[in-house]
Design a protein. Structure first.
Length: 274
């Protein structure tokens, strides 16, 4: 798993994705999200330098918090333990309104560091999609549900010590580090989940990203859903692997768009494709 559960995240396929990456001097995860690929690469010490970037300051501050202030992990665990014990219907509705206000403050940029990092991690654990208009809580009667979080975050703290964190525009970051010895993993916001992220990413942004990626000299791997494909011309040129993916323990009843990702690479082995 990445730092926290995340819409369209790579937790369950991170090892498969890392196995597809070529060697290099620098790995960049440009649209960080939960950071699953960067964390997995750090676990295996695959690159001399790893950059994990996200333009969303709440995500960036969540990683910054765990990397530099591991003492906050105990507070996050205590909040989750308290929330999960609210099992009666009436208190749950009060709790939902309270969490909705916190969500709104996070979404509108009204909460500063370190509180934004703490509550961003908490909300991603207790809500299915924190920034969607309706707050969908992961109600459970299992009061031990989140006992794993303390150990999980301590392990991420250890892995983050080998990762440089950035909070910049991904387009600029990629251009500034373009080099044949750089490897970039690109997991852009997916059109299928448009409106689920805190920051918008439009079809025009997707087409602009496609144009940029096709112009770079670095080795690139990008993960796309079916809904993304019409916006990326690179799909006609680059090597492709399709990975089946189920976002929960039970088979989804929705379309195939939620059950597979297409991985495109501009390299074969460690060399760029001609």
């Amino acid at each position: 798993m990445g730092l926290f559960p995340y819409i369209g995240g790579d937790s369950r396929i991170a090892q498969r994705l890392v196995n597809l990456l070529p060697s290099g001097d620098l790995l960049i995860e440009a649209f960080g999200g939960a950071g699953s690929v960067a964390l997995e690469a750090s676990r295996h010490s695959l690159y001399p330098q790893i950059i994990l970037n996200d333009l969303d300051v709440n995500i960036y501050d969540s990683f910054r918090l765990i990397k530099h202030h591991p003492q906050s992990i105990g507070l996050i665990q205590a909040i989750l333990n308290r929330l999960v014990k609210v099992i009666e219907e009436a208190p749950r509705q009060i709790l939902k309104q309270y969490l909705k206000q916190i969500r709104d403050d996070l979404r509108d940029g009204k909460m500063a560091y370190p509180l934004n990092g703490i509550w961003n991690i908490v909300l991603h654990h207790v809500c299915h999609v924190p920034y969607k208009s309706g707050l969908m809580l992961r109600w459970t009667d299992n009061t031990n549900r989140y006992n794993y979080v303390h150990k999980h975050l301590l392990e991420r703290h250890r892995l983050l010590r080998r990762i440089d964190l950035m909070n910049v525009d991904a387009f600029t970051l990629l251009q500034d580090h373009d080099d044949p010895k750089t490897v970039a993993y690109i997991d852009p916001p997916h059109m299928l989940y448009n409106g689920y992220y805190r920051l918008s990413f439009t079809p025009e942004d997707a087409m602009r990203l496609d144009e940029l990626l096709r112009s770079l000299s670095m080795k690139i791997m990008i993960k796309l859903s079916d809904a993304d494909l019409p916006y990326y011309k690179l799909t006609r040129l680059w090597r492709k692997i399709t990975i089946p993916y189920t976002p929960s323990n039970k088979p989804t009843i929705n379309t195939d768009e939620r059950r597979r990702y297409h991985i495109y690479m501009n390299y074969r082995g460690n060399g760029l494709m001609e």
